[in-house]
Design a protein around this ligand. Structure first.
Ligand SMILES: Cc1cc2nc3c(=O)[nH]c(=O)nc-3n(C[C@H](O)[C@H](O)[C@H](O)COP(=O)(O)OP(=O)(O)OC[C@H]3O[C@@H](n4cnc5c(N)ncnc54)[C@H](O)[C@@H]3O)c2cc1C
Length: 395
């Protein structure tokens, strides 16, 4: 493809869903991705003998209507598979325990009625959930549980940013993944006709001249009449500050955290731990361990530890994984590493987004990502859908 109507920077689910909607509207799309594989936090890493392990997102729900629509458009509905019903558990010291074992039911009973009157809007995760579950319960169990969702302490997140009520597609499994992992959705979109994805195409700088955006890469300039910025929140301010300094300042006001995701693959019989979906520790250098036991394999088991950044070297991570999984280092078949960037949303976030959207009005610059509506996959896809609609309506 020699010409295109819109360039998309970043091939995570935000960029690829934007590309999909632009394609659906009849536009030619060029997606530019700095990594050698597209997907961003959709990373179903190949480990051994066809065994894959999610190093980022792992679960979709039948409330993800826009995402399911894309899977349908890509002809991939038959790839949807259920997740085995294995539990999420707490890790206390080195013992696996149920969440219930840490909950004070008396406090829960006297706090729960507040759920009928307390509004989530304007509250933080701590003030809202501490109110309806009990402050002590929140500190003993739920703070860690909520922190496992964005892989960071989530106490100060706006309460309405983490879990949202959305209509459910009753014809789709309640929670699901795809038979080759979630990254296959990205591959499905990338295969669409009229959409070109260039990997190892890092954008270093962007200029705006004669109503065109000029993207600078190692291989020269790419000139585009429309630009969709779909990188993580960490990169956007640096890339837009040259031509939109006010916008860059506002986006730079959104905090973010790094997560060091560390995958460990072992043979199916190596660990004595019973199958589980995830472990949430109370006091460890990681926020959660997400398991592949949800899609059982005949030969292997896989676990992704989402570590706090800059706390352990690789050898420390291996030791920690061995301690938790109760295995010897020699039993590890392979390890996998990925750094994910996750926004740290704070009260007042949605007012800031309103200001950002005002600045974007009338510009042929479109921005999507997990720092607008929320972090969930469906939040990213909904944002991309509304930005693609704004683009189409400008023509
Ligand atoms: C560990 C983890 C587990 C999660 N689990 C779930 C889950 O189970 N369910 C759920 O609903 N949500 C989950 N989420 C949230 C959700 O997966 C993410 O919010 C979402 O995938 C983010 O997608 P994105 O496209 O906005 O950003 P990213 O996935 O970060 O993609 C941004 C892309 O931009 C590229 N890029 C950056 N800079 C440049 C540049 N200069 N030039 C070119 N390209 C560039 C990056 O390489 C990357 O590919 C999880 C998130 C994490 C981190």
């Amino acid at each position: 493809m020699s010409d295109f109507d819109v360039a998309v920077v970043g091939a995570g689910i935000s960029g690829m869903s934007f590309a999909h909607y632009a394609r659906k509207a009849g536009m030619k799309v060029l997606v530019l991705e700095k990594s050698n594989i597209p997907g961003g936090s959709f990373h179903s890493a190949a480990a051994a003998d066809g065994f894959w392990l999610e190093l980022g997102a792992h679960t979709c729900y039948n409330s993800y209507g826009n995402l399911i629509g894309i899977i349908e458009d890509c002809g991939m509905m038959d790839d949807i598979i259920s997740r085995a019903k294995v539990p999420f558990k707490l890790l206390v010291g080195n013992k696996v325990k149920s969440f219930m074992s840490r909950i004070n039911f008396f406090e829960l009973l006297i706090s729960m009625p507040k759920a009928f009157t307390k509004k989530r809007s304007g509250e933080t995760v701590e003030s809202y959930y501490g109110g309806i579950l009990g402050k002590k319960n929140f500190r003993r169990v739920f703070s860690a549980l909520f922190g496992a969702v964005p892989s960071q302490n989530a106490d100060e997140f706006p309460a309405d940013a983490l879990f949202k009520k959305r209509p459910r597609r009753k014809d789709v499994l309640k929670s699901f993944t795809l038979k080759n992992g979630l990254q296959s959705i990205i591959k499905g979109i990338a295969d669409e006709e009229g959409l070109e994805t260039k990997n190892t195409a890092k954008i270093h700088d962007i200029l705006f001249k004669d109503e065109k955006y000029i993207l600078q890469t190692d291989d020269g300039e790419i000139i585009t009449p429309r630009l969709a910025m779909c990188t993580s929140v960490a990169e956007v301010p640096k890339l837009v500050k040259g031509f939109a300094p006010d916008l860059a300042r506002k986006i730079a006001g959104i905090q973010y955290k790094k997560v060091e995701s560390f995958g460990v693959v072992i043979s199916g019989d190596a660990s004595p731990l019973k199958p589980f979906a995830g472990l949430v520790p109370l006091d460890e250098p990681f926020f959660s361990v997400v398991s592949r036991d949800t899609v059982p394999d005949e030969k292997y088991r896989g676990f992704t530890f989402h570590f706090r950044p800059d706390t352990l070297e690789k050898s420390g991570k291996i030791n920690k994984a061995c301690e938790v999984l109760k295995i010897e280092e020699g039993q590890i078949v392979s390890t996998l590493e990925k750094v994910n960037i996750v926004p740290a949303l704070r009260p007042g976030h949605y007012d800031l987004i309103e200001e950002i959207d005002k600045q974007l009005e009338g510009q042929k610059l479109f921005i999507s990502g997990n720092y607008f509506d929320g972090l969930a996959i469906e939040d990213c896809v909904s944002r991309s859908k509304s930005e693609a609609k704004r683009m189409v309506e400008m023509e």
